[in-house]
Ligand binder design. Structure first.
Ligand code: TYC
Length: 104
């Protein structure tokens, strides 16, 4: 019984590994001179499930270094995040830019 179970698990594992992993995409925020810092923190909390402390760290990294990564997602999820963040920023008349890039 145990041997049969192990054999089935091995077969299942083998099948899983033969399925290629979907490509993943990094989502970034870009710095600008106009979007308020508090707004960027709200974006990171609302769309990237960060707590206030982490969101503040990422916002400051973007502010100082020009860009910062918000997360890694499958293509459709990354596209939706970018669209929603940009739409939310435009509703509030902020020029905040958000982009995605395929991981290596
Ligand atoms: N540089 C902006 C300011 O000084 C803050 C900012 C941070 C804007 C991150 C965009 O992605 C950004 N108000």
């Amino acid at each position: 019984m145990a041997a049969t179970q192990r054999q089935e698990e091995t077969i299942l594992e083998g099948r899983c590994r033969s399925i290629p992993r979907p490509p993943l995409y990094k989502v970034f925020l870009l710095n600008d001179d106009f979007t308020p810092m508090d707004f960027v923190v709200v974006v990171l909390q609302s769309y990237f499930a960060m707590n206030r402390e982490r969101a503040t760290q990422v916002m400051l990294q973007v502010h100082r270094e020009g860009m910062g990564m918000c997360g890694v997602f499958t293509k459709d999820v990354a596209q939706t995040k970018v669209q929603n963040v940009v739409a939310f920023a435009r509703q509030h008349r902020h020029p905040l830019a958000c982009m995605m890039e395929e991981t290596e």
